[in-house]
Design a protein around this ligand. Sequence first.
Ligand code: GDP
Ligand code: IMO
Ligand code: MG
Length: 476
Amino acid sequence: MGIDKLLDGVQVASIVCNQWGDTGKGKFSDYFSEWADVIARGTGGNNAGHTVVVNGEKRVFHLLPAGIVYDSEGKFNILGKGMVVNPKVLVQEMDEIIDAGKTIDNLMVSRDAHVILDYHVGQDKARYESQGNGGVGSTGRGIGPCYSDKVGRRGIRMFEFLDKNILSSKIGKVKDFYPNQKIDIEKIVEESRPFARRLFPFVSDTDAEMQTFLKQGKKVLLEGAQGLLLSVEHGTYPYVTSSDCSLNGTASGVGISSRRIDLPLGIVKFPFMTRVGGGPFPTELGGVKSEKYCGESGHELENELESNGIYFTRHGEGIKYDSSHPRILKMIKSEDSFVRGAGMRLAAGEYGATTGRPRRIGWTDAVALKYAVGINGPLMVLTKADCLSNKGDFEICYEYATSMGFSTRFGTDEGFLRSVKPINKVYEGYGDIGDVRSFDKLPKSFRDAVGDLEKFTGGRVAMVSVGAERDATIVR
Ligand code: GDP
Ligand code: IMO
Ligand code: MG
């Protein structure tokens, strides 16, 4: 089936992640931006890092919808009311887009989005650092403290940030909640004015705008952030972010019902998956050793390549190396699952988009996916499948061994998830699939795994991604 058929009759499409984030939402936001008239984000803030690769050039977005990289002339980009927006970061990202020769004239920021100020960031960093390894962890961008203020009914919304008197009075009321942060109200208000002036023309009632767009028949793309297993409602609480980044939460964050979504796509890394930060991860290769290792500093990509004697070159902010280097292949074949995981991490380049820190890695967990499909809907997009080309056999987990017997239930509580042992089905490895553009041409073992996954989860794989670039995409 071609993309035209998939999009036939669709007015609203959405992209959310069915795992722990970093699955390729940025790539698909960009992919569907050719089709969409309006691209909107509804949850999270600059804890997100969404990568778009066009003609070999990589760009990472934190607040602006990644689809803005597409020739955005005439397209509307919305930061919805469910988001938490750091004005400084937004202005910086806007400038970067302007410098790249793109237009931001049609950017809209919800008047009701909550604003992240320096004391949120300070509080987040202090808390994260004090937790050290094994803690809930955060990206240190002030997301948790800002959402806490929101649900605590003391948050500052964008329209309040724009007015210096309201801002001053609102900070006065929250000050006591941040006893360890230096809060000089006058200084914060003064320093925020250039950002307020800059953002003023873009702030509007985006919920109302969205309703108008829908009535006008405009095509809308929702770009989710984070992933279902990081949702404060549905994820592995408390090892989660502070928003509901499910399909429902994303729709709610742009002021629409999820019933309006005609094409809800759940992005899934396959046949491996990753997690950043602490928390249970049943299929993780190397288990708690890997969790600890990935939480420590000093294991960034550059260090890993150096310590394994793998030659690399620097290209702008990126690092280039041979992901099929004999040393990496040897690591993947290791009997030691920690070493195997470290090899897969290098093969798939699973290092944070901004921090360069290693992402925890394991086989795709179909038990978790069945849970995600139940909440986010059946349609799936599989990504990064090319990363395991020529890397040997692969595995998928369809069951957990527990002290009470076998289970196909994904319980979100830490004790349960840390106690289970994954039962994996092994599939024959596959060769290079980076140039494959039709589902039928994918290797049999891969198609068998897709069939098993669909049967087990009740989902349906609509697309497979075999590379970071737009065209490396298979529509089934
Ligand atoms: P997001 O947070 O969901 O947008 O994902 P990230 O951008 O944090 O991480 C996904 C990474 O995988 C990025 O570097 C993408 O360029 C890259 N990527 C996405 N899809 C594919 C794919 O199918 N194959 C390969 N090799 N890379 C991909
Ligand atoms: P994208 O949109 C992966 C993780 C953090 C931390 C936890 C809480 O790029 O997929 P927070 O700063 O939100 O309070 O951190 O959630 N986390 C993500 N992991 N991808 C993301 O976003 C994430 N956003 C937050 O690492 O463990
Ligand atoms: Mg990311």
